[in-house]
Design a protein around this ligand. Structure first.
Ligand SMILES: [Zn+2]
Length: 398
């Protein structure tokens, strides 16, 4: 992704002023879906984080070891643990921990992104080199672009259709292989205060899926049969399988920088400083296999007024890596930035023009906020020709 000519897009003070209330400990705004604040103005994710300090983690790790021993005793096809993987940091951490700490024999399931980043492919292959079997699933490209387009237009969720597969395919593979234990990474509802439940065994209601069923896409040339890989196993199928599913973050103290450091030591490729620009964030180790989520972070910024850098800063503040003031500065600098090349590629994939993209994106901006289209009033501030735009945030009046 060439980002040698980087431009910010300055809409002026009216559009960068953020009137929402932020958590008094981290910087999460009150526009975050699922977020709530206590009487002291502390968000639910920070409260959960504080509660983690009182957890006996040795006891939790022992509970995880007990679950692993139970899985080893169960009849299986040889694999006794499922690890859903991408080309990212958590995949390496989960797979190595499951094998080397818990003594399990994991099968790693990788659903390949619509257009996989080179480093993502490299990282997936690195897992093989580390000695893991990878079940690699390449979804049909016949209906995916149309489903992503519908998710984008109807829900303002540019990658939601793909997210269905990220959950359903590993679960179906695990059940078909008779694998007794699935280990996922973060419990997003607990760690980040996202909407959705905290029960790993009720994945359909997790923050990413919110209880929705892929069947609502049947029609407009899409058949139920073509949606097979998008359909999560039913509660009855899951019950009959006898499978257990857990989030690792419920058993070990979770810190993205910890899993990143762990994975980098084992060969994980991360973004270069140049590649970080235009992702809307400042971490070099997040969502490495796929550039499409960058579009989702942009939509979040338009809808709720905060972007990827705010999410990253909140996690860094909670885990003591940066101060609140440093987090605010990082959010100010990076939130809403995007390299237009990511937008162009997404538009090409789902079959719309860039102008149509902005029209759809802007339709999700809260009504009480007004901002010019990033494409109609570019105001480059750094270099010669604009290659990166700063979308204007939604401002919430509180
Ligand atoms: Zn907070």
């Amino acid at each position: 992704m060439p980002t040698s000519k980087i431009y910010s897009h300055n809409f002026g003070p009216d559009f960068t002023k953020r009137n929402f209330k932020r958590c008094t400990k981290c910087i999460m705004p009150d526009t975050k879906p699922g977020g709530s604040f206590d009487a002291n103005g502390v968000c639910n994710a920070c409260l959960n984080n504080d509660a983690k300090k009182n957890i006996d983690w040795n006891q939790r790790i022992q509970a995880l070891r007990d679950l692993a021993e139970e899985a080893k005793r169960k009849k299986s096809t040889g694999y006794n643990c499922l690890i859903p993987v991408s080309g990212g940091k958590d995949s390496t951490y989960l797979a190595v921990t499951a094998r080397d700490t818990l003594g399990l024999n994991p099968l790693c399931v990788f659903v390949e992104p619509c257009y996989i980043a080179e480093r993502g492919d490299k990282n997936a292959k690195n897992l093989s080199k580390l000695g893991f079997d990878i079940f690699r699933f390449n979804p049909s490209q016949k209906i995916m672009p149309g489903l992503l387009k519908r998710s984008f237009i109807e829900d303002g969720q540019p990658v939601r259709a793909f997210e269905f597969m990220l959950y359903s395919v590993p679960m179906r593979v695990a059940i078909n292989y008779g694998i007794p234990l699935g280990i996922w990474g973060e419990n997003a509802a607990v760690e980040y205060g996202n909407l959705g439940n905290t029960d790993a065994e009720d994945q359909k209601n997790c923050p990413a899926l919110e209880g929705r069923d892929a069947s609502h896409w049947v029609g407009n040339g899409v058949t139920e049969r073509e949606l097979t890989a998008f359909q999560h196993p039913t509660a009855e199928e899951f019950r009959q399988s006898g499978m257990r599913v857990v989030y690792m973050s419920d058993y070990v103290f979770w810190d993205s920088r910890m899993t990143a450091e762990f994975a980098i030591k084992r060969g994980l490729a991360v973004r270069t400083p140049d590649e970080i620009k235009g992702t809307g964030g400042y971490w070099d180790f997040e969502q490495l296999d796929d550039e499409m989520p960058i579009i989702s972070h942009l939509l979040k910024y338009i809808k709720f007024g905060y972007g990827r850098a705010t999410d990253q800063a909140c996690r860094d503040i909670r885990n003591g890596h940066i101060t609140r003031e440093e987090g605010l500065a990082l959010a100010d600098e990076f939130d809403g930035q995007i390299n237009p090349e990511y937008i162009r590629r997404y538009c090409d994939y789902i079959g719309i023009t860039v102008e149509e993209f902005w029209k759809i994106a802007e339709s999700f901006r809260p009504k009480e906020t007004v901002a010019p289209s990033p494409m109609s009033q570019p105001a480059p501030v750094q270099q010669q020709s604009p290659t990166m735009y700063q979308a204007s945030p939604a401002t919430s009046i509180v």
